[in-house]
Ligand binder design. Structure first.
Ligand SMILES: *Cc1c(COP(=O)(O)O)cnc(C)c1O
Length: 345
């Protein structure tokens, strides 16, 4: 196994503790979409559950399923990408909480309900225009939801939205729109116990964005924002280290990168990797391998850190991302599912 993602579940636990400390009394909903940001869904949710995380943001129904199977009936699992009526039925069957951003879906859920009321979180569009009910349609939407709740078809557990976290002013406008929507919902007779708006950045920085819960993914995995504060400042650390072995030392030192082809080749010449004998410059990266500086100083089989927690000279996934103008999530998610994930705790 030449290319391996080493996932440190103790580091995950430490990040979860820091998130809890920062956002309390708001709850932390751990976002686990995209295979827990490429770290491997089941080991991540199992450890998080042991650490006391009760809410999981799964994004799609399939991911919700896997979390339900891994954690059992007590876990609260939120999905917000529910397409077909079959998916609605599946989500209700698995007792998933469903994010609802349009009236058609709300009616489908009410029709497909099981004996128990369907748990829904109503989504207001606060400016991102990535689904969500537009403010002008919100009063009629919440009035219908209140009626369906009264009939026992649904339970309005939450009201939520998503913000860009790119500019404070835009986020402030979004929060104002969110507060207005909450008050309209309240006037319609709804009493949602889960009001949630913030993801990682706003959850840490801006207390007034926390409401009842925050949906934090990136920071739990130790992925910091590109161009933002570093991990030490945030009190988090990367939970994964990607390593690749030296496969050749003559004429140049080459690392096996056949499984790294998801990483941008433009990283070549722009980043430093880690090795037992210190930092090594990545000279080039292509589909079959990468060349690194340090002729003769490396041995075949030596383990090179492509990214990970600082220590041996490598940067984090976000450091790599910054070198090529993207974000850490993009680096983490591009890693092929064929790369073995190895867990330690
Ligand atoms: C991905 C996602 C999050 C988590 O964002 P991070 O910045 O990774 O914490 C929260 N909410 C929604 C709707 C998302 O899609």
């Amino acid at each position: 196994m030449s290319v391996v993602l080493h996932v440190d579940l103790d580091a995950l636990a430490a990040n979860l503790a820091e998130i809890r400390r920062r956002v309390a009394p708001a709850l932390h909903m751990l976002v686990v979409k995209d295979d827990a940001y490429g770290h491997g869904l089941e080991p991540v949710v199992q450890r998080a559950w042991t650490e006391g995380v009760k809410w999981f943001g799964a994004f799609d129904v399939r991911t919700g399923y896997i979390v339900r199977a891994a954690l059992g009936p007590e876990a609260r699992i939120f999905v917000w990408m529910v397409g077909s009526i079959d998916e609605v039925r599946d989500a209700l069957h698995e007792d998933l909480d469903i994010g609802v951003g349009d009236l058609g879906l709300l009616e489908d859920i009410a029709t497909a309900r099981r004996p128990a009321a369907a748990r829904v979180h109503l989504k207001i569009d606060t400016g991102l225009h990535r689904n969500g009910v537009r403010p002008e349609e919100w009063p009629a939407f919440v009035a219908r939801a209140a009626q369906l709740e009264h009939d026992g078809a649904i339970e309005v557990v939450g009201v939520w939205s998503h913000i860009a976290e790119a500019s404070e002013a835009d986020d402030d406008d979004a929060r104002e729109a969110f507060d207005a929507a909450l008050s309209v919902a309240r006037d319609a007779g709804l009493r949602p116990s889960m009001r949630h708006l913030a993801a990682s950045a706003a959850a840490f920085d801006r207390p007034e964005f926390r409401y009842d819960a925050v949906r934090v993914g990136a920071f739990a995995y130790g992925i910091r924002p590109a161009g933002g504060p570093d991990e030490t400042e945030l009190g988090i650390r990367p939970i994964a280290r990607l390593s690749a072995s030296v496969i050749e030392t003559d004429p140049v030192v080459r690392i096996d990168a056949t499984s790294l082809h998801g990483l941008p080749s433009s990283l070549g010449g722009r980043v430093t990797l880690g090795s037992p004998s210190g930092p090594r410059r990545l000279i080039a990266l292509d589909t079959t391998g990468g060349s690194i500086e340090g002729e003769g100083a490396s041995l075949v089989g030596e383990e090179i850190t492509v990214y990970g927690p600082s220590g041996d000279g490598a940067g984090s996934a976000t450091t790599l991302a910054e070198a090529v103008g993207t974000i850490g999530e993009e680096i983490a998610l591009r890693l092929s599912p064929l790369v073995p994930r190895v867990y330690s705790d």
